[in-house]
Design a protein around this ligand. Structure first.
Ligand code: UDP
Ligand code: MG
Length: 138
């Protein structure tokens, strides 16, 4: 199992000034930050990142939302990072997110749910490469 995962602090959380508090929760949970940058995605870049969801009814809205303002993208390290981070962020729908999770505290809706977390080691690697090596060419 790999020890890294990829995260984004999404536009709503960034715009509301929650970036510092979210990073504090991440560090307090034992993750270290290996790389981090602020970016404002184009709709095309958001669409490429979420291409796996392109047939889903929420895809167009999601691409608009994810390109609506700056985000923070980061690579995190911890043992079993992918599963540990999914636990820390909580369920996609904040109504179902457990107490103490980032989404429970900061998500506004199932779409504007404050943070992204990779769902597998393979996707963590692909998403890291997308953001830190390929973004300018998308
Ligand atoms: N999303 C949405 N409506 C839905 C499901 C998901 O707007 O019904 C958005 C939400 O921002 C979510 C993202 O699409 O974080 C990716 O969905 P996924 O199922 O991969 O959830 P995640 O892995 O982020 O928990
Ligand atoms: Mg996902």
């Amino acid at each position: 199992m790999s020890n890294t995962t990829f995260t984004m602090i999404k536009p709503d959380a960034f715009a509301d000034g929650h970036t510092g508090k979210i990073l504090d929760m991440i560090l307090s949970a034992g993750f270290s930050i290996k790389a981090m940058k602020t970016v404002h995605l184009t709709q095309g870049q958001a669409g490429a990142f979420y291409a796996v969801h392109r047939e889903r009814p929420f895809y167009a809205d999601l691409c608009r939302y994810m390109s609506s303002g700056p985000i923070v993208a980061a690579v995190l390290e911890k043992e079993h990072a992918v599963t540990a981070f999914r636990e820390l962020i909580g369920a996609t729908n904040p109504a179902q997110a457990a107490e103490g999770t980032i989404r429970k505290r900061f998500a506004k809706s199932i779409e504007a749910n404050a943070v992204h977390g990779s769902d597998s080691d393979e996707n963590a690697q692909l998403e890291t490469t997308f953001f830190f090596c390929q973004l300018e060419r998308v």
